[in-house]
Design a protein around this ligand. Structure first.
Ligand SMILES: NC(=O)c1ccc[n+]([C@@H]2O[C@H](COP(=O)([O-])OP(=O)(O)OC[C@H]3O[C@@H](n4cnc5c(N)ncnc54)[C@H](O)[C@@H]3O)[C@@H](O)[C@H]2O)c1
Length: 254
């Protein structure tokens, strides 16, 4: 039986990478998927893929940093059973290389964007008798990674927000967890390698692959499978936790 039959899922950043894989798998498992993404073309192409596989998906042009925009879109969707806070951006640099505008850009998408979606969706879940929330953290929330000052800050905040929401809304039937992937091969990774290491793309890709003890990056579909489990009723006893999905990065890098 499909694991998300009759569920409605909101997935931010569903137009690319991990969000795309989550959107496709959730739709294949019976959910109606609403993608909120800045990248409307990416979102549209995922919605077409969903339709081609016989599912139902919608895309909403949305900058998750803007609360009014998120609220007005969420209010056009009826009940919402699942929220995946996935939209995120990277910044490479240590504290001294992180200008105020870099810090604020990362904060506004990765932290404020997740807050805005939680703020819009949680009241609807309460009304509806519950729901499941999954926030995308990162290994950068758990170990010191070179040159990831702003990004690590944002992912630590994701974990703390997940705990707070899990605690405050447990009695409303809302579960809230986060996952912490190591490197996943997506346009996000290709983009930051191209931007930050021009001319050394292949070498840096190899180095980043090997930094997972398992010897490679994850595929987005592998992340989507964990997301599916945590957002399904199979995970009914799981809330207030973070799940590394990291090829051994956190515990086996010795
Ligand atoms: N790829 C990795 O190695 C990796 C590892 C750990 C965690 N993550 C996290 O997973 C999430 C997804 O990463 P990905 O690799 O799939 O990235 P990606 O760049 O492939 O996709 C991110 C999506 O978010 C959208 N987005 C960006 N800013 C937005 C905004 N302001 N409003 C709405 N949408 C916006 C983009 O348009 C894009 O469709 C991010 O939160 C990232 O931090 C990624």
């Amino acid at each position: 039986m499909s694991k998300l039959q009759n569920k409605v899922a909101v997935i931010t950043g569903g137009g690319s990478g991990i969000g795309r894989a989550i959107s496709l798998l959730f739709a294949a498992e019976g959910a109606t998927v609403h993608i909120l993404d800045l990248n409307i073309e990416g979102g549209q192409s995922v919605v077409s893929e969903i339709a081609n596989q016989g599912g139902q998906g919608f895309v909403h042009a949305c900058n998750v940093s803007l609360q009014e925009e998120v609220l007005s879109i969420v209010n056009t969707i009826g009940k919402i059973d699942i929220l995946v806070n996935n939209a995120g951006i990277a910044h490479v640099g240590n504290l001294e290389n992180c200008k105020t505008e870099d810090f604020e850009r990362v904060f506004n998408v990765n932290v404020k964007g997740a807050y805005n979606a939680l703020y819009a969706v949680v009241p609807k879940m309460k009304e509806n008798g519950g729901g499941a929330i999954l926030n995308l953290a990162s290994i950068a929330a758990w170990v010191g990674i070179t040159d990831r000052f702003a990004y690590s800050m944002s992912k630590g905040a994701i974990f703390a927000m997940s705990l707070s929401v899990a605690r405050d809304y447990m009695a409303d039937g809302i579960r809230c967890n986060s996952i912490s992937p190591a490197r996943v091969h997506t346009p996000f990774v290709d983009g930051f390698i191209a931007k930050n290491y021009p001319g050394q793309e292949a070498e840096v890709f190899e180095k980043l692959s090997k930094s997972q003890p398992i010897g490679r990056m994850a595929q987005p579909e592998e992340i989507a499978k964990l997301a599916l489990f945590l957002c399904s009723d199979d995970a009914g006893f799981i809330t207030g936790n973070d799940y590394p999905i990291d090829g051994g990065f956190i515990k086996l890098n010795n």
